[in-house]
Design a protein around this ligand. Structure first.
Ligand code: F3S
Ligand code: F3S
Length: 87
């Protein structure tokens, strides 16, 4: 999967949303997230982000490595909003 990382936070340019052919990029309160089970790894989103927030998961810089889980966990929250518990 591709992963959206820290540079997206509070910026949310959304150029990536228009590029994703399967619409698997979703908006949260402070950033956007890629649904890892839906992403086809086509790569279309990565070059259009003006702040280079999007990486293929294996290419994530070490300081952004937590965002693989951050993106995945967002959808666990969305899937069961009534039982969501935030740390
Ligand atoms: Fe965020 Fe870049 Fe998309 S800032 S919304 S990942 S184009
Ligand atoms: Fe979508 Fe392709 Fe990116 S499926 S999330 S545009 S890698």
């Amino acid at each position: 999967t591709y992963v959206i990382a820290l540079p997206c936070v509070d910026l949310m340019d959304k150029a990536c949303v228009d590029e994703c052919p399967i619409d698997c990029i979703y908006e949260g309160d402070r950033m956007l997230y890629i649904q890892p089970d839906e992403c086809t790894e086509c790569g279309a989103c990565e070059p259009v982000c003006p702040v280079e927030a999007i990486y293929y998961e294996d290419d994530l810089p070490a300081e952004f490595s937590v965002f693989t889980a951050v993106n995945a966990e967002f959808f666990a929250t969305v899937g069961s909003p009534s039982s969501a518990v935030r740390p």
